[in-house]
Design a protein around this ligand. Structure first.
Ligand SMILES: C[S@@+](CC[C@H](N)C(=O)[O-])C[C@H]1O[C@@H](n2cnc3c(N)ncnc32)[C@H](O)[C@@H]1O
Length: 452
């Protein structure tokens, strides 16, 4: 079938929309083209780079009319790598984009739920408390950076723009030590070499820093010298972990870890509680906005001290422990063993004894709890991007908690899950988007569902 435009063709278009990935969308005879670095309302000359059957890709060759929401960009590499696909969009327009995304997805699913204005983040750059940086060899030199979008071609980067600058500095210190001791970088094509990724986490309040060196091999050559070098240059490093991932895979962390120096966890604080976080446990990446998100979630639960709460997908227990201060008992369920172990320790170190953490899949444990007669007044869910399993929703339909508080990092699965929960009589009045990831297209939100 003929497409209205061909590869390498240049055509003048008006950009009509912004895709979920932050690309401008322009239509030629109804045929959509995804245009890099283009914003709605802009008049541009584009160069088509790919023309698939149903859609194509292009870049802007010339601007005739720019959007009033366009802002100057410090470095195009952040868009090329996907680190900051919205960096050319003014922050208020980013908030509106996220609001509109939820609104459109609700509309598609025929959900009549008011979407509130997106809660802005306190920091719009330098906010991330975690980095997972690939290591590769380029022209004979070990480099750290980020992949070019839709590829595994590494672009060397020193300033990552949205990460805590202390983390960027840590990555450079580690990179220089790896170079000094001639540690071979991982070669993805042949699954050879040694060092695959450097992961760094830093406590926002404690400044404690964990460095995880992810290797293909069981051992890291010159580990003692590298550990000594990191400690000498970075006194805030409280933990250095070696994680081994021998597989030819895109998954970053392997199953085995051993601590080379210090603690096997990092400590940080949230809303006045202290949390231990292991290398493989989930921890929200924008600490100041996380406190706002959790405050919203806890307020939404409307706890009086009498309620039984289930916190499904509980991670290291951050939401569970925050809720436990205002509830009779909180039951958490989480699938990652290290996170459950962290959650149990976190309850202890914060002197909280009205919580129980269960290891397992939320969909299985919910059923078991139900069979054992556990009834929750409030169900808190904070699932990964794929949302709730259908078995989980079925169990909710049997347990029928009065309130479900849904913290979502993916509005598409949120809409799908709300539509399913409606079958059990749940409905939501409104959704509060919360910007956890400025400069990116990710959308977080809190929704309260109650039964008719
Ligand atoms: C978005 S995180 C939320 C964690 C925690 N509520 C927090 O705010 O830190 C989702 C969590 O769900 C866990 N998880 C993923 N699939 C799961 C499942 N089927 N059952 C239970 N937990 C799961 C992940 O390991 C992760 O800790």
């Amino acid at each position: 079938m003929q497409t209205p435009v061909k590869k390498n063709q240049e055509v003048r278009v008006t950009v009509s929309d912004l895709s979920y990935e932050g690309m401008g969308v322009a239509k030629v005879d109804g045929y959509p083209l995804f245009v890099d670095n283009a914003l709605p309302g802009e008049e541009v000359l584009i160069h088509v780079t790919k023309a698939n059957k149903n859609y194509g890709f292009a870049f802007v060759k010339q601007f005739f009319q720019e959007s009033p929401d366009r802002v100057a960009v410090s470095n195009r590499v952040y868009a090329q790598t996907g680190i900051a696909p919205l960096q050319h969009l003014a922050y208020p327009a980013q908030l509106k984009f996220k609001h509109n995304q939820i609104e459109q997805l609700f509309k598609k699913s025929h959900l009549d739920i008011k979407v509130l204005p997106t809660l802005a983040a306190p920091l719009q750059t330098g906010y991330r408390n975690k980095a997972q940086i690939p290591v590769r060899e380029i022209n004979g030199q070990l480099e750290t950076g980020f992949y070019r979008r839709r590829s595994h071609t590494l672009i060397p980067i020193e300033d990552y723009y949205i990460q805590d600058p202390a983390i960027d500095h840590t990555v450079l210190v580690v990179r220089d030590l790896l170079r000094q001791y001639h540690v071979p970088a991982y070669d993805e094509a042949h699954n050879t070499g040694v060092i695959r990724h450097v992961m760094v986490r830093r406590g926002y309040y404690t400044h404690q820093t964990m460095v995880v060196l992810i290797t293909r091999t069981r051992d890291l050559p010159h580990a003692d010298e590298i550990v000594a070098g990191i400690r000498a240059a970075l006194p805030e490093v409280s933990s250095i972990v070696l994680n081994v991932n021998p597989d030819a895979t895109n998954v970053i962390l392997g199953r085995r870890s051993r601590t080379l120096y210090g603690n096997d966890y990092l400590e940080d604080e949230l809303l006045g509680s202290t949390f231990r976080i292991s290398a493989t446990s989930f921890y929200q990446v924008n600490p100041r906005q996380t406190e706002n998100l959790y405050r919203l979630a806890v307020d939404a639960a409307g706890l009086t001290g009498k309620e039984t709460v289930i916190d499904a997908y509980s991670g290291i227990g951050t939401i569970s422990l925050t809720m436990a201060r205002h509830a009779k008992h909180v039951y958490g369920v989480e699938v990652v063993p290290a996170a459950v172990a962290d959650a149990r320790v976190n309850a202890q170190i914060n002197g909280i004894d009205n919580v129980t953490f269960e290891l397992g899949k939320a969909e299985d444990v919910m059923q078991t709890w139900r069979e054992h007669g556990l009834d929750a007044d409030v169900l808190m869910v904070d699932p990964p991007r794929k949302g709730l399993a259908s078995e989980f929703i079925d169990a909710v339909g049997v347990m029928l908690p009065a309130k479900v508080v849904y913290v979502s990092c993916n509005p598409a699965t949120l809409a799908r899950d709300i539509a399913r929960l409606q079958d059990f009589g749940y409905h939501a009045e409104e959704t509060q988007p919360v910007d956890m990831f400025p400069q990116t297209t990710h959308v977080e939100s809190v929704t309260v569902l109650t039964r008719n």
